[in-house]
Design a protein around this ligand. Structure first.
Ligand SMILES: Cc1ncc(COP(=O)(O)OP(=O)(O)O)c(N)n1
Ligand SMILES: Cc1nc(C(=O)O)sc1CCOP(=O)(O)O
Ligand SMILES: [Mg+2]
Length: 212
């Protein structure tokens, strides 16, 4: 089963991205999504080439945002695709069954489609406004998560759902009560001056009800 915390990278340059990713891994993140938007393919490749051994060193799962070809070229663990990116079934056909494919959703119907097409996990959002991403889908709030997770339960659809969008430490427990599997975050980890402490606190809340 996937970890309950995914860190989504930030940074306008290769150097800044690498710094942020290294810091997050060092502080205890074991699932990284490399999100390096609007870059030249050669720069995205250079970054991914550096991130891959770093993730191996830290035993972290390495997911690439958007780019199927880069995922295959670099042999990353998987890819995350949005509602306007390559479709999940095309991605599955291209990458095969060994790669992790995550899909963005904003509605119950989005999740139904993704599951039908062989998606491995869902990023459901946005929870609230966030400046990290432009052109946000309608904000879900806590009630949106409750509604959608109830519908999934009723329809007996089982897939790990990650809440995303403007999530802070104090949102984690109420979000987990809706039935989500975990969270995907970017800003709070990137901007934290105490990353190790924050990740520990996030994990305490994420794993509070897990019996080991
Ligand atoms: C875990 C997770 N969930 C949702 C997204 C958003 O994907 P997308 O809508 O394609 O937007 P971009 O991230 O590509 O700007 C995500 N990246 N990760
Ligand atoms: C990448 C992304 N996708 C979203 C969606 O709703 O699909 S919200 C988002 C940004 C997540 O970063 P932060 O934790 O800084 O808000
Ligand atoms: Mg995308």
């Amino acid at each position: 089963m996937y970890s309950k915390l995914q860190y989504i990278s930030q940074g306008e340059t290769i150097e800044k991205q690498l710094y942020n990713i290294h810091q997050a891994l060092d502080a205890g993140c074991n699932w990284l999504q490399m999100r390096f938007k609007n870059q030249k393919p050669k720069d995205a490749f250079s970054l991914a080439e550096a991130v891959k051994p770093l993730c191996e060193q830290y035993h972290a799962l390495f997911i690439v945002n958007d780019d199927l070809h880069l995922t295959k070229e670099i042999n990353a663990d998987g890819v995350h695709l949005g509602l306007t990116d390559t479709t999940i079934d095309e991605a599955r056909a291209f990458l095969g069954t060994s790669k992790v494919i995550g899909g963005t959703a904003n509605t119950f119907e989005n999740i139904q489609n993704h599951v039908k097409n062989g998606c491995d996990y869902i990023g459901l959002g946005p929870f609230r406004f966030t400046a990290t991403k432009e052109k946000l889908s309608p904000i879900l709030g806590l009630s949106g998560y409750f509604d959608i997770l109830q519908k999934l339960k009723k329809a007996k659809i089982e897939i790990p759902v990650y809440a995303i969008g403007g999530i802070t430490l104090r949102d984690v427990s109420p979000l987990m009560e809706t039935g989500i599997h975990g969270i995907a975050v970017s800003g709070i980890i990137t901007e934290s001056d105490e990353k190790e402490k924050l990740i520990q606190q996030l994990n305490e809340k994420l794993y509070a009800n897990v019996i080991v």
